[in-house]
Design a protein around this ligand. Structure first.
Ligand code: HSE
Length: 424
């Protein structure tokens, strides 16, 4: 049987891993690799493939049946993917931003051109998460997907907790060890988790969710003090992606949360990812594993390529792989409509009446306090106050926070974080 010709767009860390795995596969031939800089020395043998710096060479080659996109980005890559689909190429991509922002258009175009788009590596790195949702759990109505979806932030938060170091030091360490990108904004400000959660929500609930409507908060304002006080209260802080079906609509968000220390997600450390899926028939399933890295991500990409290559020999296989998602976008519920318990850290002048003012602000907005702690006084006479509320309406907490912020004794709001809520 002749080998199936594939082309790879992008030969960075993941692309190199993909090529390593595909080079000796008897079913496939890597005909093309498109790179940004042809002359750059590389740690891989390129003698058996054609190398170009023009991705259209790959897209326009009629022999290429599967295009592997591991370049990342959305602008020009989206255009390129559109052209490839119109030329009848099947696509395997690791690009979460592309799928989260343009998934509806891409899948519609793929359907019209009778090709398949697979994206296992887009969420959860090496964990077979997309295929679990798309195929393994098909018999279920999924009510909730919640998890740690970003290895960089999990590494940073674990390092801050284990070694009592600050955010900047933990970030620098993650960058030195190759966990964090040189430009870590997407990871630490929560964009990466927002993209991944949007994709999971779309698959779990069968409707594309508008990524712009997904609430997002990063981890850069979290201090080692937050981590140690959260621990005293019985929690660990984790960056969480959450997608939940609620009577009011879809609750989809990406932000750090306080997790009870005994929750299984709280024990996931370092660069790992972990995802809880709640299904109507199966109950709760948890998947854990490497969420990033060269070979784990390449494992997911090449798994898709091999699945596709096997299916290419079957008649009319394409619909089998199409995710059943309604291409009309729906918006996530506004965060103001949700309910959480909150953690708040702020600085106030250490003068009489501060706690009384605080109590009144919460009383006015019908928010009940769970715990309250005043720790130390800074050189300029400010006291750090940390508190936990009982579960409350988001709008109520936001109202109390505005009032606290406007009190003359308040110096600075440090951070407000939500506490993880078990499903009812
Ligand atoms: N930047 C991501 C992370 C890896 O830190 O988990 C790719 O999704």
């Amino acid at each position: 049987m002749s080998k199936i010709a594939v082309g790879i767009i992008g030969l960075g860390t993941v692309g190199t891993g993909v090529l390593k795995l595909l080079m000796d596969d008897p079913r496939l031939r890597v005909k093309w690799v498109a790179v940004r800089e042809i002359k750059r020395p590389r740690d891989i043998d390129l003698s058996r493939t054609r190398v170009t710096d023009n991705p259209l060479d790959v897209v326009n080659d009629p022999e290429v049946e599967i295009l592997i996109e591991v370049a990342g980005g959305v602008g020009p890559i989206f255009e390129l993917m559109r052209t490839a689909i119109e030329r009848g190429k099947h696509i395997v991509t690791a690009n979460k931003e592309l799928i989260a922002k343009h998934g509806a258009e891409i899948f519609q175009l793929a359907q019209r051109n009778n090709v398949t788009v697979l994206f296992e590596a887009a969420v959860g790195g090496g964990i077979p998460l997309i295929s679990t949702l798309q195929r393994g759990l098909q018999a279920n109505r999924i009510s909730r997907v919640a998890g740690i979806l970003n290895g960089t932030t999990n590494y940073i938060l674990t390092a801050m907790e284990d070694r009592r170091i600050g955010f900047e030091e933990a970030l620098a360490e993650a960058q030195r060890l190759g966990f964090a990108e040189a430009n870590p904004r997407d990871d630490i400000e929560g964009f990466d988790v927002a993209y991944k959660t949007t994709i999971l929500a779309s698959l779990a609930f069968g409707r594309f969710v508008d990524v712009e409507s997904v609430y997002r908060q990063g981890i850069s304002d979290i201090t080692d003090l937050d981590i140690s006080i959260a621990k005293e209260f019985g929690y660990r802080i984790k960056m969480i992606g959450l997608a939940e079906r609620r009577p009011e609509g879809l609750d989809v968000r990406a932000h750090p949360m306080l997790l009870p220390v005994h929750h299984l997600l709280a024990s996931v450390e370092g660069a790992n990812n972990a995802i809880f899926i709640s299904g109507s028939a199966v109950g709760d399933v948890m998947l854990v594993g490497p969420g990033a890295g060269q070979m784990p991500t390449a494992s997911a990409v090449v798994g898709d390529v091999i699945n596709l290559a096997s299916a290419l020999h079957l008649p009319d296989f394409a619909p089998y792989f199409q995710p059943a998602i309604d291409c009309e976008h729906s918006r996530a519920c506004p965060i103001e409509d949700s309910e959480s318990a909150f953690y708040l850290r702020f600085e106030a002048s250490d003068t009489p009446g501060v706690i009384g003012n605080l109590g009144r602000a919460f009383e006015t907005h019908n928010v009940s306090l769970h715990s309250l702690l005043q720790r130390g006084v800074t050189r300029d006479g400010a006291a750090t106050i940390v508190l936990l509320t009982h579960p409350t309406r988001e709008a109520g907490f936001a109202g109390a926070l505005r009032e606290i912020e406007s009190q003359p004794t308040t110096r600075r709001i440090g951070i407000a974080l939500r506490v993880f809520r078990q499903p009812a």
